[in-house]
Design a protein around this ligand. Structure first.
Ligand code: GDP
Length: 197
């Protein structure tokens, strides 16, 4: 898919604040510092999301209209230790509200850092989404940052963990925003879904 136009629409603090439109939505979420902003920027090939020196700063749901056809939704990061417990609770509430109730949500892309072994917080988040039947895909980030062997080991460990509760695994994409690996595949995947919907 060629990205022809990218329009920032709005930032929302609750579900009822979200745009009242029927465009298909593809959301991106992960722990702070997982590489979400970098991935979003690589996908649309321009700087729309701010890569942060202050992780955890996206605290709104940010809507971008792509090619006048679909929304890319940048969701707040979960599990950032330095935000207060209240803020974290509030964020989880907004995220869940959106993921569970938003009818226009086609796929939630859950980002996972491929350079580290499986983390409980990520597995819990994914398993929760699975239980609530939220359509999701996994995007492993930063695959250029470690040796291939380590990335492969982390990926396999992650699959092993997921296999404990998933009969059919969700799609898993291996990406590097820095080296532009897997970006085209992700766009193709979105495009296929748009064309068959
Ligand atoms: P966010 O907090 O999830 O939005 O993460 P950022 O996109 O701001 O990235 C967090 C850090 O990881 C930054 O220092 C990025 O430069 C780095 N990073 C993100 N993606 C990649 C990648 O594909 N490869 C490498 N080597 N570093 C990355």
């Amino acid at each position: 898919m060629n990205i022809k136009t990218v329009k920032y629409i709005k930032s929302c603090v609750s579900l009822k604040d979200c745009p009242n439109t029927n465009f298909p939505e593809f959301a991106f979420i992960g722990r702070s510092n997982v590489g979400k902003s970098s991935l979003i920027n690589a996908l649309v090939d321009q700087k729309i999301a701010h890569t942060s020196s202050t992780p955890g700063k996206t605290q709104t749901l940010n809507f971008y209209l792509i090619n006048e056809k679909w929304y890319l939704v940048d969701l707040p990061g979960y599990g950032y230790a330095k935000t207060s417990q209240n803020t974290r609770k509030q964020l989880i509430k907004i995220i869940n509200e959106y993921l569970i109730n938003r009818k226009q949500l086609y796929i939630a892309f859950i980002l996972i850092d491929s350079t580290i072994p499986p983390q409980k917080i990520d597995l819990d988040f994914i398993n929760n989404c699975g239980q609530k039947q939220i359509p999701l895909a996994i995007v492993m980030t930063k695959i250029d940052k470690e040796r291939k062997l380590i990335i492969e080991k982390n990926k396999n460990a992650f699959i092993d963990e997921l296999s404990k509760s998933w009969e059919i695994l969700p799609p898993i994409f291996m990406t590097s925003s820095t080296k532009k690996i897997g970006i085209e595949e992700l766009l193709k995947y979105i495009n296929n879904i748009l064309q068959t919907s």
